[in-house]
Design a protein around this ligand. Structure first.
Ligand SMILES: Nc1ncnc2c1ncn2[C@@H]1O[C@H](COP(=O)(O)OP(=O)(O)O)[C@@H](O)[C@H]1O
Ligand SMILES: O=P(O)(O)OC[C@H]1O[C@](O)(COP(=O)(O)O)[C@@H](O)[C@@H]1O
Ligand SMILES: [Mg+2]
Length: 362
């Protein structure tokens, strides 16, 4: 083995557009800038539980120009199987964190760059503390719910996909005098719904942070009709609840619920209340793919370079962030376990109201 410094990098949580662009930036900076050796760990923490550990050397030859433009992650990822609470086939749970620590040792890495959302970063931070391994986190998630940064990788592309969907739905809605309901992702946050709804000219946007009543939705449709509008566009975030306050999930009975289906509930209720013809589109995982938009590629590049620079400066337990038009970093403990939700008093909500968009509460 050479005495070149070795670092690891992994992607964790749901994939999104821009992850390969982050990997490219990390490898470029670490290999060219500092002469380090970069180990790409496969499938998030899952790769560290395999023996031998599932990993590959990442060098410049892997990044010939194509990956910058490709969604997904060449390393693979996982959003299940928390190693501190690992589910066994018989239903029991096992703490497998010591195996992860051994996995880090097997790779002989001196630092780790973890690309993930708040849940992933919380798990990685506990693992790295246990292994006494310096960790730098890079925020990624289409949901944009990571605290401490204005931007997470993947969000801009997802908003673009959802906005495109509204662009596709508007002409068909107008041609058939229909209400079109679009259900978008976001887990417990309504950021995608709010941003795409504004950008895509929605008439109604429902987010989990703002309670709604069906009466208010009907009132908005009536108002549109009075203005001779023959169609309506409605965006619903997946975590919006029924009027009775029940979450709608696509996996009833599963240990960890996955949202899905609220669009059909809202569509049905709107059809009953207004007599209009309603169609529902559930956008789903389409939002995680697509060609990464320039904003995501740019942030991926800035974050990747900064993360490597932080490791080089001897920093640990930090997350890179975008704030006030520049890249910065903050302590991981200050960002994990406090998801960033839509601010009902924030600028986007204010703008939506100013545009006459109904948010369901009035
Ligand atoms: N290393 C991991 N192993 C298993 N499950 C994970 C891991 N990292 C994240 N998860 C789970 O994946 C889900 C994705 O949520 P989140 O943590 O928000 O991921 P993301 O990092 O994509 O935001 C969470 O339920 C989280 O507990
Ligand atoms: O891919 P799965 O397991 O169906 O998960 C779906 C969830 O993942 C996301 O697409 C992304 O969430 P994370 O960034 O937290 O992984 C959510 O918007 C959605 O609720
Ligand atoms: Mg998340």
């Amino acid at each position: 083995m050479t005495n070149r410094r070795r670092i690891g990098v992994l992607t964790s949580g749901g994939d999104c557009a821009g992850l390969n662009a982050v990997l490219r930036a990390v490898v470029q900076r670490a290999v060219e800038g500092y002469g380090w050796h970069v180990v790409g760990i496969h499938k998030g923490t899952a790769g560290l539980l395999s023996r031998p550990v599932e990993a590959e050397t990442l060098d410049l030859s892997r990044f010939q120009g194509e990956l910058l433009r490709r969604a997904g992650t060449i390393l693979g990822t996982t959003n299940k199987g928390n190693p501190f609470n690992f589910p066994l086939p018989d239903g029991r749970r096992l703490d497998r964190s010591e195996e992860i620590v051994e996995g880090f040792r097997e790779l002989e890495i001196e630092g780790l760059i973890g690309i993930g959302g708040d849940g992933s970063l919380a798990i990685l931070s506990r693992l790295c503390e246990k292994a006494d391994l310096p960790l730098i986190g890079i925020p990624k998630t289409i949901d944009n719910d990571v605290a401490g940064t204005e931007v997470a990788i993947g969000y801009a592309t997802a908003v673009g996909v959802a906005t495109d969907a509204l662009d596709h739905l508007q002409p068909t809605a107008a041609s058939h005098d229909r209400i079109m309901v679009l259900e978008v992702m976001g887990r417990d946050a309504g950021h995608i719904a709010l941003a795409a709804g504004i950008a895509g000219g929605a008439d109604i946007i429902l987010v989990p942070e703002i309670p709604y009543s069906l009466d208010n939705l009907k009132r908005k449709i009536d108002e549109l009709r009075r203005r001779d509008r023959n169609f309506a566009l409605v965006v619903v975030a997946e975590a919006v609840r029924t009027e009775e306050g029940e979450a709608v999930t696509a996996s009833p009975g599963a240990a960890k619920a996955r949202y899905g289906g609220i669009g059909h509930y809202i569509g049905q209720k709107l059809a009953e209340a207004t007599g209009a013809e309603v169609r529902v589109t559930v956008l789903g995982h389409v939002q995680r793919g697509g060609t990464p938009v320039p904003r995501d590629r740019l942030m991926a590049s800035i974050f990747g370079v900064h993360a490597v620079d932080l490791l080089a400066a001897g920093k640990r337990d930090r997350m890179v962030a975008w704030s006030g038009r520049t890249v910065t970093d903050l302590a991981l403990v200050d960002v994990v376990d406090q998801p960033h939700r839509v601010d009902p008093q924030g600028a986007l909500v204010h703008a939506a109201r100013g545009l006459g968009i109904c948010l369901g509460d009035r």
